[in-house]
Design a binder for this molecule. Structure first.
Ligand code: CAA
Length: 256
């Protein structure tokens, strides 16, 4: 299968899923999220032994598409959040390990997709964070639940409450990424790591992933349900409209 804004390439048993919307810094719209679902299903069908998730050009994923979200109603935002959750869940539940190769901006929904991966390698110029608060909303693709698991409570609350955008070194210090490499080395390092994973006994590796996912499962379903409600409930508020309009008009927002 082929898609406009996503590519799926193979190197032996390792698949690489690339978000390919560089003009919008790989921001996620409905078409891209649906393509990601299909590409993940194809990689699963073809029995990938490891998957790399990355972005085309200079960005990993600059977030959910603000231009699309700007005028969403609460009902529409609920559906939108469900679609984002479905993609992040599919990454998390992918049978083989998924490596995020963070080649640039991984903001909002981009940070959330990275957090759903098993391992994260960042280029030294990458910028990672959750700026939603400054758009008058909250992370809606799983960030309130997964970020504390990955980066710890205090760091996650700082990132989400303050809308922090961390450089790669700082992200590594809080555990949000596992390693930082030179920009030119990222592709090779992510491929090597994925190839190393692909050589491990597949059944054991898949078992380890399932077992470790289970550990985090507990109340996450309830947490994600709550995140969906809070996220959608903010659409239509003054601060959401103002925050997103200000981004689109390239000016500072004036919040209530
Ligand atoms: N949505 C839609 N378009 C986006 C985008 C986004 N999240 N991020 C970047 N773009 C677009 C820009 O509008 C611009 O398009 P035009 O050329 O048509 O104007 C293009 O990508 C290039 O962006 P910039 O000119 O802004 O590039 P820059 O290098 O000056 O800045 C940036 C890069 C700092 C990442 C800046 O684009 C930015 O702050 N983007 C928004 C980041 C953000 O807030 N992400 C969170 C979104 S909300 C979310 O994800 C909710 C959720 O949890 C579901």
């Amino acid at each position: 299968m082929s898609w406009e804004t996503v590519t799926l390439e193979w190197d032996g048993d390792v698949a690489t899923l690339t978000i390919d919307r560089p003009d919008a810094l790989n921001a996620l719209n409905v078409e891209t999220l649906e393509a990601m679902q299909e590409a993940l299903a194809e990689a699963k069908r073809e029995d990938a032994r490891a998957l790399v998730l990355t972005g085309a050009g200079n960005a990993f994923i600059a977030g959910a598409d603000i231009k699309y979200m700007q005028d969403l109603s609460t009902e529409e935002a609920l559906e939108w959040g469900e679609l984002g959750h479905a993609v992040a869940d599919a990454i998390e539940a992918f049978p083989a390990p998924v490596v995020a190769a963070i080649n640039g901006f991984a903001l909002g929904g981009g940070c959330e997709m990275a957090a759903a991966c098993d391992l994260r390698v960042a280029a030294e110029s990458a910028v990672i964070g959750q700026p939603e608060i400054d758009l008058g909303i909250v992370p809606g693709f799983g960030g309130t639940q997964r970020l504390p698991e990955v980066a710890g409570e205090e760091a996650a609350r700082r990132i989400i409450y303050l809308g922090q955008r961390l450089d790669a070194e700082t992200a590594a210090e809080v555990g949000l990424v596992g390693e930082v490499v030179g920009d030119d080395e990222l592709d090779a390092r992510a491929s090597d790591l994925a190839a190393e994973l692909a050589e491990k006994p597949a059944l054991a590796l898949r078992g380890a992933k399932r077992a470790m996912n289970q550990r985090a499962e507990g109340s996450k379903e309830a947490g994600l349900g709550y995140e969906r409600e809070v996220f959608a409930g903010l659409f239509g508020t003054h601060d959401q409209r103002e925050g997103m309009e200000a981004f689109v008009e390239d000016r500072d927002p004036s919040f209530k």
